[in-house]
Write a protein that binds this ligand. Structure first.
Ligand SMILES: O=c1ccn([C@H]2C[C@H](O)[C@@H](COP(=O)(O)O)O2)c(=O)[nH]1
Ligand SMILES: [Zn+2]
Length: 197
C-alpha cells in the first residue's frame, strides 16, 4: 500500500467509532480493580465500585484499616496465636468502604461491582443499604460458610448476583503507550502511524 492510500485508510478509520472501547461492565469492574490497587493488604486486595441506575459511579472502596489506624502499626498478618495480632479484627472490607464512601444520599437500587464475592458481614450491609445487584469476579471462597451465608441472605432478600467473566484478558493503563499529543492509546489504534510502522 502506498503512503497516500495508507493515509486515506487511516483517515477513514479515525472517523469511525472505536471498536475496542470498554463496555459498561468492563469499565465498572476495572474501576473496582483499580481501587483495589490502593489496598495495603499484602495478601488479598479487594476493590468495590457502586453504580446507580443512571450508570454513574456513586461509591468506590478497597480493604484497609479504619481512619486513624496506621497501616504501619496495625498487623497485616493472617496467622498468629493471638487473634489481636492479625488483620481480621481490624480491616474494613472493600464493600463496606465503598458504601460508606458514597457521594449520594443513599445507594438504593444500585449495583455493586466487586473483585471478590462479599462475605456474610458485607452481605448484611449490602442488603441493608438496599443495593439490588452484586456483580463479582472471584468466588474463591465459595466453599466457606461466610460465602454460603452471604448467598443465603442475598437469595432471601432478592438480591441478584452473578459472576462477571471478562471477554478481554487485559485492561491496561500503560502511560508509556499513550500518544499524549492526540490522546490515543497506540495499541488500540494500530493503523495510526506512531513512527514504528
Ligand atoms: O468480602 C470481603 C472479604 C474480605 N475482604 C478483605 C479483608 C482482608 O483484607 C482480605 C482477606 O484476607 P485473606 O488474607 O485473603 O484472608 O480481603 C474484603 O475486602 N471483602
Ligand atoms: Zn466482607
Amino acid at each position: 500500500m502506498d503512503k497516500a492510500t495508507d493515509d486515506l485508510a487511516n483517515m477513514n478509520l479515525s472517523e469511525q467509532k472505536r471498536a475496542d472501547y470498554l463496555d459498561w461492565n468492563e469499565y465498572f469492574m476495572a474501576t473496582a480493580f483499580l481501587a483495589a490497587r490502593r489496598s495495603k493488604d499484602p495478601n488479598t486486595q479487594v476493590g468495590a465500585c457502586i453504580v446507580n441506575e443512571e450508570r454513574k459511579i456513586v461509591g468506590v472502596g478497597y480493604n484497609g484499616f479504619p481512619l486513624g489506624c496506621s497501616d504501619d502499626e496495625f498487623p497485616w498478618g493472617k496467622a498468629s496465636l493471638d487473634p489481636l495480632g492479625t488483620k481480621y479484627l481490624y480491616v474494613c472490607h472493600a464493600e463496606m468502604n465503598a458504601i460508606l464512601n458514597k457521594n449520594s444520599s443513599d445507594v438504593k437500587n444500585c449495583t455493586m461491582y466487586v473483585a471478590l464475592f462479599p462475605c456474610n458481614e458485607c452481605a448484611k450491609i449490602i442488603i441493608q443499604s438496599k443495593i439490588k445487584e452484586v456483580i463479582y469476579m472471584s468466588d474463591k471462597h465459595a466453599h466457606k460458610n461466610t460465602t454460603i451465608a452471604a448467598k443465603k441472605m442475598f437469595d432471601a432478600a432478592g438480591i441478584k448476583y452473578w459472576q462477571f467473566v471478562p471477554s478481554k484478558s487485559r485492561i491496561v493503563i500503560d502511560f508509556s503507550e499513550i500518544d499524549w499529543d492526540n490522546l490515543n492509546q497506540l495499541p488500540a489504534t494500530p493503523t495510526k502511524s506512531n513512527g514504528l510502522n
